[in-house]
Ligand binder design. Structure first.
Ligand SMILES: Nc1ncnc2c1ncn2[C@@H]1O[C@H](COP(=O)(O)OP(=O)(O)O)[C@@H](O)[C@H]1O
Ligand SMILES: [Mg+2]
Length: 323
Protein backbone atom coordinates (compact mmCIF):
# COMPACT_ATOMS: atom_id res chain seq x y z
CA UNK A 1 0.00 0.00 0.00
CA UNK A 2 1.50 3.32 -1.07
CA UNK A 3 0.87 6.60 0.67
CA UNK A 4 2.24 8.56 -2.26
CA UNK A 5 2.50 7.71 -5.94
CA UNK A 6 4.51 10.07 -8.10
CA UNK A 7 4.07 9.42 -11.82
CA UNK A 8 5.99 10.92 -14.74
CA UNK A 9 6.88 14.09 -12.90
CA UNK A 10 8.75 16.61 -15.02
CA UNK A 11 9.99 19.85 -13.54
CA UNK A 12 11.82 22.35 -15.69
CA UNK A 13 13.93 25.41 -15.07
CA UNK A 14 14.33 28.15 -17.61
CA UNK A 15 18.03 29.01 -17.72
CA UNK A 16 20.18 31.22 -19.95
CA UNK A 17 21.33 28.10 -21.77
CA UNK A 18 17.75 26.99 -22.35
CA UNK A 19 15.24 24.86 -20.55
CA UNK A 20 16.48 22.04 -18.33
CA UNK A 21 14.53 19.22 -16.73
CA UNK A 22 15.77 18.90 -13.15
CA UNK A 23 13.27 16.10 -12.50
CA UNK A 24 12.87 14.24 -15.75
CA UNK A 25 9.98 11.80 -15.85
CA UNK A 26 10.34 10.77 -12.24
CA UNK A 27 8.03 8.02 -10.99
CA UNK A 28 8.29 6.81 -7.39
CA UNK A 29 5.96 4.94 -5.07
CA UNK A 30 6.33 5.70 -1.38
CA UNK A 31 5.05 2.79 0.72
CA UNK A 32 3.03 3.46 3.84
CA UNK A 33 4.63 3.11 7.28
CA UNK A 34 8.16 2.82 5.94
CA UNK A 35 11.20 4.98 5.32
CA UNK A 36 12.05 5.42 1.66
CA UNK A 37 15.43 6.98 0.95
CA UNK A 38 16.14 9.15 -2.08
CA UNK A 39 19.86 9.31 -2.77
CA UNK A 40 22.25 10.69 -5.35
CA UNK A 41 25.02 13.24 -5.72
CA UNK A 42 24.40 16.92 -5.18
CA UNK A 43 22.43 18.52 -8.01
CA UNK A 44 20.76 15.32 -9.27
CA UNK A 45 17.22 16.60 -8.58
CA UNK A 46 16.33 15.25 -5.13
CA UNK A 47 15.16 18.55 -3.67
CA UNK A 48 13.42 19.55 -6.89
CA UNK A 49 11.47 16.28 -6.76
CA UNK A 50 10.45 16.91 -3.13
CA UNK A 51 9.55 20.54 -3.78
CA UNK A 52 7.51 19.53 -6.83
CA UNK A 53 5.49 17.07 -4.74
CA UNK A 54 4.80 19.80 -2.20
CA UNK A 55 4.00 22.26 -4.98
CA UNK A 56 6.67 24.65 -3.74
CA UNK A 57 8.57 25.09 -7.02
CA UNK A 58 8.95 28.74 -7.83
CA UNK A 59 9.85 30.59 -11.01
CA UNK A 60 11.94 30.09 -13.09
CA UNK A 61 10.93 26.53 -12.22
CA UNK A 62 7.73 24.84 -13.35
CA UNK A 63 6.13 21.44 -12.92
CA UNK A 64 5.44 20.63 -16.55
CA UNK A 65 3.53 17.41 -16.08
CA UNK A 66 3.03 14.45 -13.81
CA UNK A 67 0.63 13.29 -11.14
CA UNK A 68 1.12 12.93 -7.40
CA UNK A 69 -1.53 10.86 -5.64
CA UNK A 70 -1.73 10.95 -1.84
CA UNK A 71 -3.71 8.16 -0.22
CA UNK A 72 -4.55 8.87 3.42
CA UNK A 73 -5.65 6.48 6.16
CA UNK A 74 -9.26 6.72 5.09
CA UNK A 75 -8.08 5.51 1.67
CA UNK A 76 -9.28 8.67 0.02
CA UNK A 77 -7.01 9.37 -2.94
CA UNK A 78 -6.06 13.02 -3.38
CA UNK A 79 -4.42 14.23 -6.57
CA UNK A 80 -2.13 16.95 -5.27
CA UNK A 81 -1.46 18.60 -8.62
CA UNK A 82 -5.16 19.31 -9.00
CA UNK A 83 -5.78 20.90 -5.58
CA UNK A 84 -6.30 24.64 -5.29
CA UNK A 85 -3.69 26.59 -3.33
CA UNK A 86 -5.74 26.73 -0.14
CA UNK A 87 -6.35 22.97 -0.10
CA UNK A 88 -2.67 22.35 -0.82
CA UNK A 89 -1.66 24.59 2.09
CA UNK A 90 -3.87 22.49 4.36
CA UNK A 91 -2.17 19.30 3.18
CA UNK A 92 1.26 20.79 3.87
CA UNK A 93 2.01 20.82 7.54
CA UNK A 94 -1.15 18.86 8.29
CA UNK A 95 -0.95 15.61 6.33
CA UNK A 96 2.52 16.09 4.89
CA UNK A 97 5.20 17.64 7.07
CA UNK A 98 8.47 18.74 5.62
CA UNK A 99 11.79 19.44 7.16
CA UNK A 100 14.61 20.97 5.21
CA UNK A 101 18.29 21.45 5.79
CA UNK A 102 17.79 25.16 5.44
CA UNK A 103 14.31 25.83 6.77
CA UNK A 104 12.44 27.89 4.22
CA UNK A 105 9.90 29.15 6.63
CA UNK A 106 12.26 30.34 9.30
CA UNK A 107 11.01 30.94 12.80
CA UNK A 108 9.26 34.20 13.55
CA UNK A 109 11.69 36.36 15.57
CA UNK A 110 8.99 38.10 17.62
CA UNK A 111 7.50 34.94 19.17
CA UNK A 112 9.12 32.40 21.47
CA UNK A 113 9.84 29.00 19.93
CA UNK A 114 7.31 27.52 22.36
CA UNK A 115 4.54 29.81 21.15
CA UNK A 116 5.29 28.81 17.57
CA UNK A 117 5.23 25.07 18.26
CA UNK A 118 2.15 25.43 20.47
CA UNK A 119 0.39 27.30 17.68
CA UNK A 120 1.18 24.50 15.26
CA UNK A 121 -0.02 21.86 17.73
CA UNK A 122 -3.28 23.60 18.64
CA UNK A 123 -3.98 24.28 14.97
CA UNK A 124 -3.43 20.72 13.81
CA UNK A 125 -4.37 18.65 16.82
CA UNK A 126 -6.98 20.75 18.57
CA UNK A 127 -5.26 20.43 21.96
CA UNK A 128 -5.79 23.07 24.64
CA UNK A 129 -2.97 25.48 25.50
CA UNK A 130 -1.56 23.69 28.52
CA UNK A 131 -1.61 20.24 26.88
CA UNK A 132 -0.05 21.75 23.76
CA UNK A 133 2.68 23.37 25.86
CA UNK A 134 3.49 20.03 27.52
CA UNK A 135 3.59 18.43 24.10
CA UNK A 136 5.90 21.18 22.81
CA UNK A 137 8.29 20.60 25.71
CA UNK A 138 8.16 16.86 25.10
CA UNK A 139 8.96 17.30 21.41
CA UNK A 140 11.81 19.71 22.13
CA UNK A 141 13.25 17.15 24.54
CA UNK A 142 12.89 14.40 21.96
CA UNK A 143 14.86 16.35 19.34
CA UNK A 144 17.66 16.78 21.85
CA UNK A 145 17.14 20.29 23.22
CA UNK A 146 18.54 20.32 26.74
CA UNK A 147 16.45 22.05 29.44
CA UNK A 148 13.44 22.08 27.16
CA UNK A 149 11.26 23.37 30.01
CA UNK A 150 13.23 26.59 29.99
CA UNK A 151 14.22 26.64 26.35
CA UNK A 152 10.56 26.59 25.32
CA UNK A 153 10.37 30.26 26.36
CA UNK A 154 13.40 31.30 24.32
CA UNK A 155 13.16 33.55 21.31
CA UNK A 156 14.78 32.18 18.16
CA UNK A 157 17.75 34.57 18.44
CA UNK A 158 18.57 33.12 21.85
CA UNK A 159 19.27 29.75 20.23
CA UNK A 160 22.09 28.48 18.04
CA UNK A 161 21.45 27.63 14.38
CA UNK A 162 21.56 23.92 15.17
CA UNK A 163 18.99 24.35 17.92
CA UNK A 164 16.69 26.36 15.69
CA UNK A 165 16.92 23.56 13.15
CA UNK A 166 15.86 21.10 15.85
CA UNK A 167 12.94 23.38 16.78
CA UNK A 168 11.81 23.26 13.14
CA UNK A 169 12.02 19.46 13.22
CA UNK A 170 10.06 19.34 16.49
CA UNK A 171 7.41 21.57 14.95
CA UNK A 172 7.10 19.41 11.83
CA UNK A 173 6.85 16.17 13.82
CA UNK A 174 4.49 17.48 16.50
CA UNK A 175 1.64 17.72 13.98
CA UNK A 176 1.49 13.94 13.53
CA UNK A 177 1.91 14.01 9.76
CA UNK A 178 0.92 10.98 7.69
CA UNK A 179 3.92 11.60 5.48
CA UNK A 180 7.17 13.25 6.40
CA UNK A 181 9.41 14.59 3.66
CA UNK A 182 12.81 15.22 5.17
CA UNK A 183 15.37 16.81 2.86
CA UNK A 184 18.84 16.28 4.35
CA UNK A 185 17.35 17.26 7.71
CA UNK A 186 20.36 16.53 9.84
CA UNK A 187 23.28 17.32 7.55
CA UNK A 188 24.16 20.51 9.41
CA UNK A 189 23.84 18.95 12.87
CA UNK A 190 26.51 17.11 14.82
CA UNK A 191 26.64 13.34 14.65
CA UNK A 192 25.08 12.64 18.04
CA UNK A 193 22.11 14.92 17.46
CA UNK A 194 21.80 13.56 13.92
CA UNK A 195 21.46 10.03 15.24
CA UNK A 196 19.00 11.14 17.90
CA UNK A 197 16.73 12.79 15.32
CA UNK A 198 16.86 9.82 12.97
CA UNK A 199 16.01 7.56 15.91
CA UNK A 200 13.06 9.81 16.71
CA UNK A 201 11.81 9.71 13.12
CA UNK A 202 12.22 5.94 13.12
CA UNK A 203 10.32 5.65 16.40
CA UNK A 204 7.43 7.72 15.03
CA UNK A 205 7.32 5.41 12.02
CA UNK A 206 7.02 2.40 14.36
CA UNK A 207 4.57 4.05 16.78
CA UNK A 208 2.30 6.01 14.49
CA UNK A 209 2.73 4.35 11.10
CA UNK A 210 4.09 7.58 9.66
CA UNK A 211 5.59 7.24 6.18
CA UNK A 212 8.85 8.98 5.33
CA UNK A 213 10.66 10.15 2.24
CA UNK A 214 14.18 10.70 3.49
CA UNK A 215 16.50 12.59 1.18
CA UNK A 216 20.09 12.01 2.11
CA UNK A 217 23.52 11.55 0.62
CA UNK A 218 24.57 9.45 3.60
CA UNK A 219 24.41 5.79 2.63
CA UNK A 220 25.17 4.80 6.20
CA UNK A 221 21.91 6.47 7.20
CA UNK A 222 20.15 4.66 4.37
CA UNK A 223 21.47 1.28 5.47
CA UNK A 224 20.43 1.89 9.09
CA UNK A 225 16.98 3.37 8.60
CA UNK A 226 15.47 2.96 5.14
CA UNK A 227 13.52 -0.03 3.87
CA UNK A 228 13.47 1.16 0.28
CA UNK A 229 16.02 3.11 -1.74
CA UNK A 230 15.61 5.20 -4.87
CA UNK A 231 18.76 6.40 -6.65
CA UNK A 232 18.72 9.50 -8.83
CA UNK A 233 21.25 10.65 -11.38
CA UNK A 234 21.08 13.81 -13.51
CA UNK A 235 17.34 14.25 -13.07
CA UNK A 236 16.38 10.62 -13.61
CA UNK A 237 15.75 7.63 -11.42
CA UNK A 238 18.44 5.10 -12.26
CA UNK A 239 17.77 2.37 -9.70
CA UNK A 240 15.22 1.39 -7.10
CA UNK A 241 15.01 -1.59 -4.76
CA UNK A 242 14.47 -2.61 -1.17
CA UNK A 243 17.48 -1.63 0.91
CA UNK A 244 18.88 -5.12 1.35
CA UNK A 245 18.74 -5.88 -2.37
CA UNK A 246 20.21 -2.53 -3.36
CA UNK A 247 23.19 -2.91 -1.04
CA UNK A 248 23.77 -6.57 -1.86
CA UNK A 249 23.08 -6.60 -5.57
CA UNK A 250 23.28 -3.13 -7.07
CA UNK A 251 22.65 -3.32 -10.81
CA UNK A 252 23.50 0.15 -12.00
CA UNK A 253 27.21 1.01 -12.18
CA UNK A 254 26.37 4.38 -10.63
CA UNK A 255 24.81 2.74 -7.57
CA UNK A 256 27.77 0.40 -7.37
CA UNK A 257 30.09 3.40 -7.45
CA UNK A 258 28.14 5.17 -4.72
CA UNK A 259 28.31 2.10 -2.51
CA UNK A 260 32.03 1.68 -3.14
CA UNK A 261 32.59 5.22 -1.94
CA UNK A 262 31.53 4.49 1.64
CA UNK A 263 34.56 3.16 3.52
CA UNK A 264 32.57 1.55 6.34
CA UNK A 265 30.71 -0.68 3.89
CA UNK A 266 33.84 -2.39 2.64
CA UNK A 267 34.59 -3.67 6.11
CA UNK A 268 38.20 -2.49 5.90
CA UNK A 269 39.12 0.16 8.39
CA UNK A 270 41.70 1.77 6.17
CA UNK A 271 39.63 1.57 3.00
CA UNK A 272 40.26 4.51 0.74
CA UNK A 273 37.33 6.64 -0.27
CA UNK A 274 36.65 5.41 -3.75
CA UNK A 275 34.78 8.34 -5.27
CA UNK A 276 33.29 7.92 -8.73
CA UNK A 277 35.65 9.58 -11.21
CA UNK A 278 34.35 12.34 -13.45
CA UNK A 279 31.52 14.78 -12.97
CA UNK A 280 27.76 14.78 -13.40
CA UNK A 281 26.87 16.10 -16.88
CA UNK A 282 25.25 19.51 -17.06
CA UNK A 283 21.51 19.36 -17.62
CA UNK A 284 22.01 21.77 -20.53
CA UNK A 285 24.40 19.35 -22.19
CA UNK A 286 23.22 15.81 -21.59
CA UNK A 287 24.62 12.97 -23.70
CA UNK A 288 22.23 10.92 -25.83
CA UNK A 289 21.26 7.68 -24.15
CA UNK A 290 22.56 6.88 -20.69
CA UNK A 291 23.43 10.00 -18.69
CA UNK A 292 26.12 8.15 -16.73
CA UNK A 293 28.00 6.89 -19.81
CA UNK A 294 30.97 9.29 -19.57
CA UNK A 295 31.81 8.01 -16.09
CA UNK A 296 31.01 4.37 -16.69
CA UNK A 297 33.52 1.53 -17.12
CA UNK A 298 30.88 -0.72 -18.65
CA UNK A 299 29.99 1.63 -21.50
CA UNK A 300 29.20 0.04 -24.87
CA UNK A 301 27.50 1.10 -28.11
CA UNK A 302 24.14 0.22 -26.58
CA UNK A 303 24.51 2.97 -23.98
CA UNK A 304 24.15 5.61 -26.70
CA UNK A 305 20.61 4.61 -27.53
CA UNK A 306 17.47 5.19 -25.48
CA UNK A 307 17.63 3.28 -22.20
CA UNK A 308 14.46 1.74 -20.86
CA UNK A 309 13.91 0.81 -17.25
CA UNK A 310 14.32 -2.92 -16.57
CA UNK A 311 12.13 -4.46 -13.86
CA UNK A 312 13.05 -7.57 -11.95
CA UNK A 313 10.23 -7.80 -9.43
CA UNK A 314 10.56 -4.72 -7.23
CA UNK A 315 14.07 -4.08 -8.46
CA UNK A 316 14.24 -1.40 -11.15
CA UNK A 317 17.29 -0.18 -13.03
CA UNK A 318 17.99 2.02 -16.02
CA UNK A 319 21.00 0.27 -17.53
CA UNK A 320 21.75 -1.96 -20.51
CA UNK A 321 24.97 -3.38 -19.03
CA UNK A 322 23.96 -4.01 -15.44
CA UNK A 323 26.09 -5.82 -12.86
N1 LIG B 1 16.27 27.93 -8.93
C1 LIG B 1 16.85 27.19 -9.89
N2 LIG B 1 17.16 27.75 -11.08
C2 LIG B 1 17.73 27.02 -12.06
N3 LIG B 1 18.03 25.72 -11.96
C3 LIG B 1 17.74 25.11 -10.81
C4 LIG B 1 17.14 25.81 -9.70
N4 LIG B 1 16.98 24.93 -8.69
C5 LIG B 1 17.45 23.76 -9.13
N5 LIG B 1 17.91 23.85 -10.40
C6 LIG B 1 18.48 22.78 -11.22
O1 LIG B 1 18.00 21.56 -10.70
C7 LIG B 1 19.07 20.67 -10.46
C8 LIG B 1 18.73 19.79 -9.27
O2 LIG B 1 18.72 20.57 -8.09
P1 LIG B 1 18.35 19.93 -6.68
O3 LIG B 1 17.08 19.19 -6.79
O4 LIG B 1 18.39 21.05 -5.72
O5 LIG B 1 19.55 18.92 -6.43
P2 LIG B 1 19.82 17.99 -5.16
O6 LIG B 1 19.76 16.58 -5.66
O7 LIG B 1 21.19 18.33 -4.70
O8 LIG B 1 18.76 18.29 -4.14
C9 LIG B 1 20.27 21.56 -10.27
O9 LIG B 1 21.45 20.90 -10.64
C10 LIG B 1 19.97 22.72 -11.18
O10 LIG B 1 20.42 22.40 -12.50
MG1 LIG C 1 18.97 19.12 -2.23
Amino acid sequence: MNILEIKNLRTSFQTKQGKVYAADNVSVDIPRGKITALVGESGCGKSVTAMSVLRLIQKPGKVECGTVALTLEDLEKIELMKLDDEAMRKIRGNKIAMIFQEPMTSLNPVYTVGDQIIEAITLHQGLGFSAARDKAIEMLTRVGIPNAKERVDNYPHEMSGGMRQRVMIAMGLSCHPSLLIADEPTTALDVTIQAQILELINKLVQETGMSVLLITHDLGVVASYAQKVVVMYAGQIVEEADTMTLFKEPKHPYTKGLLASIPSMTGKKEARLNAIPGVVPRLTNLPKGCRFQDRCERKTEACLGPIDITREGDHLFRCVNPH
